[in-house]
Ligand binder design. Structure first.
Ligand code: ATP
Ligand code: MG
Length: 362
């Protein structure tokens, strides 16, 4: 069995640096490692509609934004199939069958969905589609027989749900589906990058993001306005590193070599953290350093984006080609599933002959 990746993002906004360190950067490394037989990267427009049904234009506008973000970070359509979820209608069909294999009580226990329902104020207005999106996500993963799903920490309950559905399906109908594994970043800071306001998660829905496509001066402005340690008032005061988003971002982005280039007072981040903790290192200095580090990583991304922006029809073309390939792969799995579920009546000559015999004998 080959190694296959499926992962994706909701086109509810442009992608931000949380997506980058949590998932995108890793995807590009995996893509270029040559270790994977197939890679599917999905723009989850159908899933985005589950909590944006009344705002289709928002999703429509953001499909191309996410595609541009993908290409600009270095996802290469020659190696990774970039596709649009709604185009692969087989996924919806699979979702319908998987719904029978999961209980309402089980879905209600999903901590990420629980939290998202609260955040969206969906207590009495929860769309059934949103409530069941972990089931549709199982279809996304299993349609491609994905072995590996590189995601941020908030997605772990979805992968667990997918594994349960796969086990149940295989147990009832026979071995068709593959149990996926989540792949998380081994850098703790990348699992859930906080917002520039210090909130636990940088999120499109919370408006606390640095976007991959933000111009350099905008990135700088956002970094200089970042939340730090509220008790670090004077430069000489001892500062708190733990829970200070500037240091979390440095954990996520900074390498020793950056100190040589931008802040030779220190050899590495540990030395800088020690000084901040002791007192005597001001917030403006650490933010300026973070700005240099992040601009170095973001500049080539912005440049590549500008190139792709010049030929938008070609970007749609890339998505269409990827979607055709994804559809073919999903259709293959769906046919296997339907045969296993005994709902393949017309392509089973044996069934037809057997029934004919039975009725002749009666
Ligand atoms: P929405 O608010 O619409 O849900 P989002 O910002 O949470 O948007 P998603 O499209 O839901 O983004 O998530 C895409 C992927 O990025 C997932 O794998 C998710 O775990 C990861 N991710 C999102 N935000 C962060 C973050 N702040 N840090 C690390 N990973 C993240
Ligand atoms: Mg999300």
């Amino acid at each position: 069995m080959g190694k296959i990746i499926l992962t994706g993002d909701r086109p509810t906004g442009k992608l931000h640096v949380g997506h980058y360190v949590g998932s995108l950067r890793r995807r590009v490394e995996l893509q270029n490692s040559g270790e994977y037989d197939r890679i599917f990267i999905m723009i989850a427009d159908a899933q985005a509609l589950t909590d944006n049904a009344d705002n289709p234009e928002k999703i429509r506008q953001n499909v191309i934004e996410v595609a541009l973000d993908y290409l600009s970070v270095g996802l290469d359509p020659a190696k990774s199939n970039l596709f649009v979820q709604s185009y692969v209608s087989e996924l919806t069909e699979m979702t319908f069958y998987y719904m029978n294999l999961v209980t309402v009580a089980r879905l209600q226990r999903n901590p990420t969905v629980k939290n998202e329902i609260l955040m969206r104020g969906f207590q009495n207005t929860l769309p059934v589609g949103f409530f069941t999106y972990p089931v549709s996500q199982t279809a996304d993963i299993t349609a491609f027989k994905a072995t590996t799903v590189p995601v941020g920490e908030d997605q772990l309950p979805m992968i667990e749900q997918a594994r349960e559905i796969v086990r149940k399906f295989n147990q009832i109908y026979g071995d068709v589906l593959v149990e996926p594994d989540a792949m998380l970043s081994d850098n703790k800071a990348c699992l859930r990058l906080p917002g520039i306001d210090g909130k636990a998660k940088m999120s499109k829905s919370l408006g606390n993001c640095i976007y991959l496509s933000d111009p350099a001066d905008e990135v700088q402005k956002k970094i200089m306005s970042m939340f730090t340690d509220p008790n670090h008032l004077k430069v000489s005061d001892p500062g708190q590193v733990e829970g200070n988003p500037v240091f979390t971002y440095l954990d996520a982005f900074c390498k020793d070599e950056h100190f040589e280039r931008y802040f030779p007072d220190y050899a590495n981040l540990d030395e800088m953290k020690a000084h901040y903790t002791r007192g005597g290192l001001g917030d403006v200095k650490i933010k300026r350093f973070l700005n240099s580090v992040m601009q170095e990583e973001l500049e080539p991304i912005r440049k590549r984006r500008k190139e792709y922006e010049k030929d938008i029809p070609e970007v749609y073309n890339i998505l269409k080609k990827g979607s055709d390939i994804a559809r073919e792969a999903a259709a293959e799995t769906l046919a296997e599933m339907k045969a296993a579920m005994k709902i393949n009546y017309f392509d089973d000559a044996e069934l037809i002959a057997e029934q004919a015999r039975k009725f002749r004998e009666e």
